[in-house]
Design a protein around this ligand. Structure first.
Ligand code: GLN
Length: 389
């Protein structure tokens, strides 16, 4: 049997594999990041209305006009960046497709893409399939809030640099990049005539007064930043697969739309209609969501500390990187396996967020966008966790 070399260069998603293992063992899934409660009722009603109201055929390939209009308004008011719906926005099947379409649209084989490490695992296969070579810049995982090493970032940029991926708020560390840090990234992009691709899917999930800044809102950056985002996390609809890419450069937009068209034709038409309703939610919706995740974060931090694990406190997103020193496990995979098979709680091994495992071997990631009863059940199970040997 012959299969292509490119798919031999990466493996099944560790995150999805953990979800599968979890289901097999009847575990509580704190691996894959998704909420276990329903999205807002108004959103579900809007989706049903769209289904009943005949929105069941293809939307325009790059997105339903009503949705792109609503999206542009929402982005302008929340991020201070203006996009023309017809010229700058492409609706995709989730941020996942937006990232892949963007990489396919801008990368030639051998081009380099700078990425902070740890990183969300998708960027690895995105790079392989688009032909990009990734250049890694480490973040301090124990203290993600301290500014990244500017010299290391400067050194990662070179003549072959085509782009940098900036994920803020950051998965898995919970780092929220400051305006100052983003300003430095913008300078490097300009100096090297490189693009930025930002993954901002956790932009509304912030703690302790952290503020999200879209790199595109910095002077001159809307034209060289492809902002990627989705409805998944902000509106608790990870299964809808509605995302988008935004950039104020017609040539890049055309390229992204071309890749997107032949990857998927378009995102689900009725769910884009429902998205129009979501984009008009008042500010209080976002404030309440952030407040409710803050409670869950603190609850989960308490649970993890309570069983003797060492936690990294996130300032954004909904994950907690956790060290398990003292439990008698050599590496993250065996600890994660023990957690899912013997304790009944699924996590993600930290090494999957690193190129070669690296420092990630000391960590597992817990996702906490869960109802209190789920967190309580996880607490009960985790209370059986004992050092081994
Ligand atoms: N982004 C989420 C996570 O990191 C979900 C990943 C996925 O399976 N698409 O867990």
């Amino acid at each position: 049997m012959h299969t292509a070399a490119r798919v031999g260069l990466f493996q099944e998603s560790v995150i999805r594999e953990m979800t599968r293992l979890c289901n097999e063992h009847g575990g509580i899934n704190l691996a894959q990041g998704f909420p276990d409660s329903d999205p807002p009722r108004a959103l579900l009603d809007a989706a049903k209305r769209a289904l009943d109201g005949g929105k069941n055929q293809y939307a325009i390939t790059w997105g339903a006009p009503s949705f792109r209009r609503a999206l542009a308004d929402k982005i302008a008011s929340h991020n201070g960046v203006t996009y023309e719906p017809d010229r700058h926005l492409t609706v995709t099947c989730g941020a996942t497709e937006a990232m892949m379409a963007t990489m396919l649209a801008i990368i030639d084989p051998g081009d380099e893409v700078v990425v902070f490490e740890p990183f969300y695992e998708n960027y690895g296969p995105d790079a392989v399939m688009s032909g990009a070579t990734l250049r890694f810049v480490p973040l301090d995982l124990r203290r993600p809030e301290i500014p990244f090493d500017r010299e290391a970032l400067r050194a990662a940029f070179g003549p072959r640099t085509r782009a940098i991926i900036v994920n803020t708020p950051h998965n898995p560390s919970g780092k929220v990049f400051t305006r100052d840090e983003l300003g430095f990234i913008a300078e490097l992009c300009e100096r090297h005539d490189a693009l930025a691709i930002t993954d901002e899917v956790y932009e509304h999930i912030l703690y302790d007064g952290a503020r999200h800044v879209s790199l595109a809102s910095l002077p001159g950056m809307a034209e060289r930043t492809v902002v990627i985002n989705s409805m998944s996390k902000t509106f608790s609809v990870t299964g809808w697969r509605v995302g988008w890419a935004a950039v104020r450069d017609a040539e890049i937009v055309t390229a992204i739309r071309r890749a997107h068209d032949f990857l998927t034709v378009g995102a689900a038409a009725p769910l884009q209609e429902a998205g129009v309703v979501a984009m008009a939610f008042p500010k209080s919706y976002y404030d309440e969501m952030a407040a409710s995740y803050a409670v869950k974060r603190d609850r989960m931090l308490g649970i993890l500390r309570g069983v003797g694990l060492q936690v990294v406190t996130p300032r954004g997103s909904y994950y907690i990187m956790t060290e398990f020193a003292g439990f008698g496990f050599d590496d993250d995979v065996s600890f994660a396996r023990h957690l899912v098979t013997d304790i009944g709680v699924a996590t993600v091994p930290g090494s999957s967020f690193f190129q070669n495992g690296g420092a990630g071997r000391r960590y597992v990631r817990f996702a906490f966008p869960k109802r209190e009863e789920t967190l309580r059940a996880a607490e009960e199970r985790l209370s059986r966790l004992q050092p081994r040997g």
